[in-house]
Design a protein around this ligand. Structure first.
Ligand SMILES: [Zn+2]
Length: 63
């Protein structure tokens, strides 16, 4: 099976706070082994738990 390559670009995915609707959440404990990671809004401090870590980077095909 030959290697195939294509150009991709990284895209940052953020979660916008549901409460203040202007802050992004950041993960406050990335080392936690728990499935749910604690996050908080950088503006109002609202706490969230996600099974992902925000901000996260995904790769999409470049144009
Ligand atoms: Zn907020």
């Amino acid at each position: 099976m030959p290697e195939v390559r294509r150009d991709v670009k990284p895209v940052e995915v953020n979660y916008l706070c549901d409460k203040c609707e202007s802050g992004m959440v950041i993960c406050t404990d990335q080392s936690s082994a728990a499935a749910k990671r604690p996050h908080k809004c950088v503006i109002c401090g609202e706490h969230y738990e996600f099974d992902k870590i925000y901000p996260k980077i995904v790769y999409v095909p470049s144009e």
